[in-house]
Design a protein around this ligand. Structure first.
Ligand code: ATP
Length: 284
């Protein structure tokens, strides 16, 4: 059995960013030299801000998903705590957030869009196979390796459907306004289809630079979502507009499923069983 780690086992480097209840640092394991990202959550802050539930979900979900060693999921290696903080030792993603890359590029060409979509779909299939719904998929939560491989992160609002009725979970609004599914807005329900809705929003966003449903405030975005009010700004191939129209379907039961997406004409020629090809880097 491996011994319990402590903060002294790591040399903490620069701050990579901070979230609503955590700060993330680059860190080096002093004994092996291996690089990690360590998410530090202040116990005092978590309790005072009522975030215990989210930290617990994130830890349990990352532990569950780590078993499969999937390249598309940020891996949780260890957790430990001291009197002040909780520590999550995670894969370091040197490429930062996919959103930053998209903002720098303006929008992605079709080849890059397909590269990221293939990796996103393969990783999401793994997550859903573990009966987990992410519930907050968006380009900020897709991190990049040094070679430009995508890694899904931020499982703080995920739901494990194995622990519920296996079909859907009832919940109030979680996630991010622009990517929230119509069934969550209208029926307080979210399930695997809700993640697929977010995939449709991102497919649009990768080619257009902005998400399909945006408003001046959350309510305006919600109204656009439930009215399926989106328009194409830049020309894209008919295969892409067709695929988006089959994913952004209000009725979750009529929405394309992951197998249907993989079989769509836009992905013709992709060998989904060839994981090496799906998971090749974009910069190497
Ligand atoms: P919130 O918790 O409010 O939703 P968040 O998910 O962005 O925000 P964190 O998970 O604490 O919060 O991450 C903060 C920032 O640190 C992220 O925006 C990201 O840029 C960076 N970061 C997080 N994890 C990693 C990682 N594994 N490798 C590299 N950078 C990371």
């Amino acid at each position: 059995m491996s011994r319990k780690r402590t903060p002294q086992d790591f040399s903490f480097k620069e701050r990579l960013g901070h979230g609503s209840y955590s700060t993330v640092y680059k860190a080096v394991d002093r004994s092996t030299g291996q690089l990690f990202a360590i998410k530090v959550c202040s116990k005092k802050h978590i309790i005072s801000e009522n975030k215990v539930k989210y930290v617990t979900i994130e830890k349990n979900t990352l532990n569950l998903l780590a078993h499969g060693n999937h390249p598309g999921i940020i891996k949780l290696y260890y957790t430990f705590h001291d009197s002040e903080n909780l520590y999550f030792v995670l894969d370091f993603a040197p490429g930062g957030e996919l959103l930053q890359l998209l903002q720098t590029q303006g929008r992605f060409n079709e080849a890059w869009t397909k590269h990221f979509m293939c990796q996103l779909i393969d990783a999401l299939e793994y997550i859903h196979g573990c009966k987990v719904v992410h519930r907050d998929l968006k380009p900020e939560n897709l991190l990049l390796s040094s070679e430009g491989k995508l890694m899904i992160t931020d499982f703080g609002v995920a739901s494990n459907l194995a622990a519920t009725d296996n079909l859907s979970s009832t919940s109030s609004f979680v996630g991010t306004a622009e990517y929230v599914s119509p069934e969550l807005l209208l029926q307080n329900k979210s399930n695997f289809c809700s993640d697929i809705w977010a995939v449709g929003c991102m497919l649009y966003q990768f080619t257009q630079g902005t998400p399909p449903f945006r408003g001046e405030n959350e309510l305006a975005a919600f109204e656009k979502i439930v009215n399926l009010d989106y328009h194409w700004i830049y020309m894209v191939s008919q295969h892409i507009t067709d695929l988006v129209s089959k994913i952004l379907v209000l009725d979750p039961d009529s929405r394309y499923t992951l197998p249907q997406i993989k079989n769509h004409a836009w992905f013709q020629g992709i060998d989904w069983t060839n994981k090496e090809l799906i998971w090749k880097g974009i910069w190497q």
